[in-house]
Design a protein around this ligand. Structure first.
Ligand code: SAM
Length: 170
């Protein structure tokens, strides 16, 4: 049987973060200043102070403050992590949580873990929401959440209930 690509969360760019993950992000960083890969500025899924959509091209904008990033998955995903690296290096991004996957064999994983100090491996698969608002089908990949910042204890306490939090070796 052929499964339509839209049902495979790793092939769709429109897989929205479920509320319990957003709650944990806010518990960790206090508030979200920026969602640089947003579905909409008018009806955003993530309650950030500022949103960049595909029309804005978040990759070309400045990423100020506390960032939550659930990037469009796909072959170009590493660009989002390189951008986060740049924004963090110049001090614009003060803290970030990234929702991506445990693709440990990829260059994108290496780029992202080079700037992260903690990774949470959820103990159950995340059911991303669809644009309709309904919970989508179970994803075909193992998700992971990454913390970039100087307060790893806050990440541990916010995400410890979601899964095992690992220290990224440097
Ligand atoms: C995985 S979804 C995440 C949506 C939302 N941030 C969330 O976490 O629920 C990625 C979103 O990024 C948007 N997107 C794609 N390319 C983009 C770009 N260059 N700049 C900003 N957003 C983009 C897609 O339309 C999609 O809504």
């Amino acid at each position: 049987m052929t499964v339509p690509p839209a049902l495979l969360s790793h092939e769709s760019t429109e897989h929205y973060t479920p509320q319990y993950i957003i709650d944990a992000v806010i518990a960790c960083i206090g508030a979200i200043d920026l969602d640089p890969a947003s579905n909409s500025r008018e009806i955003p899924n993530v309650p950030a102070a500022r949103h960049y959509t595909a029309q804005d091209n978040g990759l070309l904008q400045l990423w100020n403050g506390r960032v939550f990033l659930n990037p469009p998955f796909g072959p170009g995903v590493e660009r989002w992590f390189s951008k986060l690296f740049q924004e963090r290096s110049v001090g614009r991004t003060t803290e970030a949580v990234v929702l991506w996957k445990a693709a440990t064999e990829t260059a994108a994983w290496k780029t992202l873990t080079a700037i992260s100090c903690r990774v949470c491996f959820p103990s159950s698969r995340i059911r991303f929401a669809c644009p309709s608002g309904e919970a989508g089908p179970g994803p075909t990949f193992s998700p992971a959440l990454f913390y970039v910042g100087d307060e790893p204890k806050r990440f541990e306490s916010a995400f410890g209930g979601i899964g095992a939090v690992w220290v990224v070796p440097k």
